[in-house]
Design a protein around this ligand. Structure first.
Ligand code: NI
Length: 399
């Protein structure tokens, strides 16, 4: 472990901070949805080129990576930023508000890209301290399905990479704070749709003459709600939430098809795999008992973000040295939300950190809120922190 305090950043902080704020505001004003981040990608690329960096070819459509090769040999650490915005109409009145009707950077990905640009510039200035290579990469489509991380991996962004880091902005933490958690940070999730089909409609007076699809669907739903904690270890959180029900029309006709669906979330991948199979078997068995065909369709699986304990230990030291001994907040619980950086951490060890961005009422709206905004003084702090995290991680691995 390296206990020396961080060397002071050599970029004049005020100049870099000003540059980062300007970049973030440009990105914020022009949000784009997943895999359509063309203008965003060009803006970030040009910003890096103006500062003497050499971004690589396009990956996953609008994504790309830029390598900062250190003065000393060693492994490659990846630093990831996501690029896409959300289909939300922005309700803030800030000068840099979204100029695209119906789209908004409400999840802070504009800040994530900006911080990554800061990491690239600061790492480039600290090449003498770098034992290996810092690969900063920009990824399309974190929010939508299919998501961008698996495509970036297919396109080779992790080739030769030993470890990976990312951040997410967090409006529940004050500026200057860093939220850390070893193990699961976000949940694994799996949306599902269950279809109950009898092949014929029936009379409401005589449900025994048909398969009562609505009643069968309701039996399946109540079984599903009881699975978590009964057939899974109660110490491993899991939640099944049904969010959609469709079926029937007339008040006296039993429909031949009923469909319902929702999302299964667990903080570990094993419980998710187990429950997926259990849902399929419970639904199928109830259908068989009551003479209906039941199909369970799983759209996709998003794994859990599982932070490596050593990577978190390294980040803790860096945060205390760069931001002060009070900076670290240990996050007691994982989020049941999803994050596709999980695909990266399935390939290599590393961690996602949460960066505080709140400093008052205006900056405390939750992620995905139409009034979400952040305190921009978090941008240079996070850039300095994550540069230090990457450099220390390389030094630890090269040693
Ligand atoms: Ni996000």
């Amino acid at each position: 472990m390296i206990d020396a305090p961080a060397p002071p950043a050599r970029t004049p902080q005020t100049a870099l901070a000003r540059d980062l704020v300007a970049l973030r505001r440009t990105l914020h004003a022009h949000p784009e949805l997943g895999f359509n981040e063309h203008r965003t990608s060009a803006t970030v690329r040009a910003w890096l080129e103006e500062r003497g960096l050499t971004p690589g070819p396009a990956l996953a459509g609008t994504g790309f990576a830029v390598d900062i090769v250190g003065a000393h040999p060693g492994p490659v650490v990846a630093y990831r930023a996501d690029m896409d915005a959300l289909p939300i109409e922005e309700a803030t009145d800030c000068t840099y508000r979204s100029q695209v009707p119906g789209l908004m950077h409400a999840c802070g990905h504009d800040a994530h890209m900006t911080i990554a640009c800061g990491v690239a510039v600061l790492a480039n200035e600290r090449r003498e301290d770098i034992h290996g290579t810092v690969r900063v990469f920009f990824q399309p489509s974190e929010e939508s399905v299919p998501s961008g991380a698996p495509v970036m991996i297919e396109d080779g962004v992790l080739e030769g990479v030993a470890s990976a880091f990312a951040i997410h902005v967090d409006p529940s933490l004050a500026v200057g704070r860093v939220g850390l958690r070893a193990g699961s940070l976000t949940a694994a999730s799996s949306p599902f749709v269950v279809t109950v089909e009898s092949g014929k409609s029936g009379h409401s007076a005589r449900p025994h003459e048909t398969a009562d699809t609505i009643w069968i669907a309701q039996q399946i739903m109540s079984e599903l709600y009881q699975l978590a904690g009964r057939v899974t270890d109660a110490r491993r959180p899991a939640v099944i939430t049904i969010c959609r029900m469709r079926g029937g029309d007339a008040l006296n006709v039993i429909p031949n098809t009923v469909e319902f669906g929702g999302t299964l979330r667990c903080v570990d991948d094993e419980t998710l795999t187990f429950l997926r199979e259990k849902i399929r078997r419970v639904a199928g068995a109830l259908g068989a008992v009551y003479n209906a065909n039941v199909d369970v369709d799983y759209h996709h699986v998003l794994p859990a973000v599982v932070n490596d304990a050593d990577a978190i230990g390294n980040a803790r030291g860096a945060a205390q040295d760069v931001l002060g001994p009070e900076a670290v907040v240990d996050l007691p619980l994982p989020s049941m939300g999803g994050e596709d950086f999980a695909f990266v951490l399935r390939e290599v060890p590393g961690a996602m950190l949460r960066i505080g961005t709140a400093s008052g009422e205006r900056t405390r709206y939750p992620l995905h809120h139409s009034r979400f905004d952040l305190d921009e003084s978090a941008l240079p702090l996070a850039a300095r922190l994550m540069t230090e995290v990457c450099i220390r991680d390389l030094a630890t691995r090269a040693a």
